[in-house]
Design a protein around this ligand. Sequence first.
Ligand SMILES: [Zn+2]
Length: 65
Amino acid sequence: MDEETHHRADPDDGHLTCVRCGTTVEGDAPPATWLCSMENGSRQYCCEACARTHIRAIEGRLDAD
Ligand SMILES: [Zn+2]
């Protein structure tokens, strides 16, 4: 029954989890390089590497336009 718990970002657990790759970081606030967004009323965090990929995807989409 506990197998799914590590897939969830739980801010009360003393660490944050990247929603994209599952990387975790200690603390209750994300590093400045991480992205934070609100999804369905809860915060989701995206690590630096995934943020770069995400931003590139957005820029690529803009360029394509
Ligand atoms: Zn990530």
